[in-house]
Ligand binder design. Structure first.
Ligand code: NAP
Length: 261
C-alpha cells in the first residue's frame, strides 16, 4: 500500500530565471518529487522545460494561496528574478496562508570592483534621471518594462537590449532595439558599446553571470554605469544556489518520512 510518505513531494517552482530552469532539470529526474514550473508568460518563446509547466498569474497572493491548497502543494520555491518583487511578496503571503514552507533561490547581487564607475539608484526612474541632461549615447539593459520610462528622457540615443523584439515608442523612434537572450560575451558587448559610442550603461543589479558582460565591458571601456538596486522583498528563507535548494527539499522529504505522513 502506498502511504503519503511514499508519495512524491508536491513542489511549485516559481520560475523565469536560469536558476529555475536548472532546478527544473534536476527535479525532473527525481521520482520523490512531483514539481510544476510556473511562468508568468512574459516571453514569447520560453525555453523548453522538462517539468509540467503552468503559465500566467494566479490573481495575487490570495489566488496563489488558493492554488497551493487546491493542488495540495507541499513546498513552494520562489526562483523568480530578483526584480520580480510582486510575485515574491505574494509568495511570502501565500505560503503563510497555505501553511507550507517557502524557499527563495536568489543569486547574490553584483558588487563594484576596482575600475568600476557606478552610481546606484533605488528605482529605474531615478537611474534614468541620473543621466546627464544633454544628449548621450546610452545602453539600456533595464529590460522591456523600462522602455516607457526611457521615453521620459527622449533626448538620448538609446541602444536597448530586450529578450523579445518590440518597436520603440514614437518619441524614441531613433532608438536601436536589440532582441537577444543571454548569456552574453564581454568581447561582444565591448564591440557593441564601441560601435555605438556608448558613454552610459543603465543596468539592474540582477547578479549572476549571464548578463554581467555589460558591466565588465563598461569597466574595460571606462563607461559610467547607472545601477538600479534590488527592490526590498521582505524576510524569507533564502539560498543562493540550486544545490542548496535541492538540499532543502531533501530535508523536507526526510522530515515527512520521519513523521510517516
Ligand atoms: P512581478 O512584477 O513580480 O510579477 C507581476 C505579476 O506577474 C505577479 O503578481 C504575478 O501575477 C505574475 N507572475 C510573475 N511571475 C510569475 C510566475 N513565475 N508564475 C506565475 N505568475 C507570475 O514580475 P515581473 O518583473 O513582471 O517578472 C515576470 C517574470 O519574468 C517573473 O517570473 C520573473 O522571474 C521573470 N523575469 C523578470 C525579470 C525582471 O527584470 N523583472 C527579468 C528576467 C526574468 P498574479 O499576481 O496574478 O499572480
Amino acid at each position: 500500500m502506498i502511504t503519503n510518505s511514499d508519495s512524491p513531494l508536491r513542489v511549485l517552482l516559481l520560475g523565469g530565471t536560469s536558476e529555475a530552469a536548472s532546478l527544473a532539470h534536476r527535479l525532473a529526474n527525481d521520482r520523490s518529487v512531483a514539481a510544476t514550473l510556473s511562468l508568468a508568460g512574459r516571453t514569447a518563446n520560453p525555453a523548453a522545460s522538462p517539468l509540467p509547466v503552468r503559465v500566467g498569474g494566479f490573481g495575487g497572493a490570495d489566488g496563489l494561496s488558493a492554488y497551493l491548497t487546491r493542488e495540495d502543494i507541499d513546498l513552494l520555491i520562489d526562483a523568480t528574478h530578483p526584480f520580480a518583487a510582486n510575485i515574491s511578496r505574494n509568495a511570502i503571503a501565500a505560503a503563510a496562508a497555505a501553511r507550507i514552507p517557502l524557499l527563495a533561490v536568489e543569486r547574490p547581487p553584483w558588487t563594484p570592483v576596482n575600475g568600476d564607475d557606478w552610481t546606484e539608484y533605488d528605482s529605474i526612474e531615478a537611474a534614468i534621471a541620473g543621466l546627464p541632461s544633454t544628449p548621450q549615447n546610452v545602453f539600456s539593459g533595464l529590460g522591456r518594462q523600462a522602455i516607457p520610462a526611457l521615453s521620459g528622457a527622449p533626448q538620448h540615443r538609446y541602444v536597448i537590449r530586450v529578450v523579445d523584439a518590440s518597436e520603440p515608442p514614437a518619441n524614441l523612434s531613433h532608438a536601436t532595439i536589440i532582441a537577444a537572450r543571454g548569456p552574453f560575451r564581454v568581447e561582444d558587448d565591448i564591440a557593441l558599446f564601441t560601435r555605438h559610442g556608448i558613454r552610459h550603461v543603465l543596468a539592474k543589479n540582477a547578479g549572476g553571470n549571464a548578463t554581467y558582460s555589460k558591466i565588465e565591458a563598461a569597466r574595460q571601456l571606462g563607461i559610467k554605469v547607472h545601477m538600479v538596486r534590488r527592490p526590498a522583498i521582505g524576510s524569507r528563507p533564502t539560498v543562493t544556489s540550486v544545490e542548496e535548494a535541492l538540499a532543502w527539499i531533501e530535508t523536507h522529504r526526510h522530515r515527512r518520512s520521519a513523521r510517516g505522513v
